[in-house]
Write a new protein. Structure first.
Length: 188
């Protein structure tokens, strides 16, 4: 497409279009992930969530593939569609430039961020004290997410490890950088 008329739109309008693409792709991705899980596990679509909350080690690969599909739809496809609509010039070549000084201050930033992470954890603990109704409300969801995460991190052979690495480490890093650094940051 790459219409010159689209390239002349203001960054705020482009940002709105990016978010519209994001939510459209996110919605389609959620349906695709549930469809993949339903087909892979050979169960009705309505039962996918209950099965995945108590995923067995045999079902862990299904969870990984579902996560990868949802991630690709949510964070990879919107930047691709954005580039097709507005052209590559509008994303500054996805900001892939040599930034040597950032490599030098990066470790310092990471070390200083640990203090903020710790402060955030303490703030959460103060805002949601043990035994409160808020804790009981969020505890079951947190436990369910922990079980799903634990099942995704278990592997029995090297192929499962490779799939885990791709779906949990490599693919999210690439897709999220493409979305945030490639399209969102230049617009902001």
């Amino acid at each position: 497409m790459n219409n010159p008329l689209f390239r002349q739109l203001s960054p705020s309008v482009q940002l709105i279009i990016l978010f519209m693409l994001y939510f459209l792709c996110l919605s389609i991705g959620a349906f695709a992930a549930v469809g993949i899980g339903s087909a892979w596990l050979n169960i009705p679509v309505n039962d996918v969530q209950q099965v995945l909350q108590k995923a067995s080690p045999e079902q862990a690969n299904t969870v990984k593939v579902m996560q990868a599909a949802a991630l690709i739809f949510a964070f990879f496809l919107p930047p691709v569609f954005y580039v097709l609509i507005f052209g590559k010039k509008n994303v500054n070549s996805f900001l892939l430039r040599n930034s040597g000084w950032i490599m030098l201050i990066g470790p310092l930033y990471i070390i200083s961020a640990s203090a903020w992470i710790d402060l955030s954890s303490k703030l959460n603990h103060w805002l949601i004290p043990e035994g409160s109704w808020l804790e009981s409300m969020f505890k079951s969801t947190e436990d369910s997410a922990m079980e799903m995460t634990t099942s995704m991190l278990q592997y029995t052979n090297p192929a499962d490890f490779v799939l885990s690495f791709l779906c949990i480490a490599a693919l999210p890093a690439i897709c999220e950088e493409l979305f945030f650094r490639g399209t969102l940051q230049p617009l902001l």
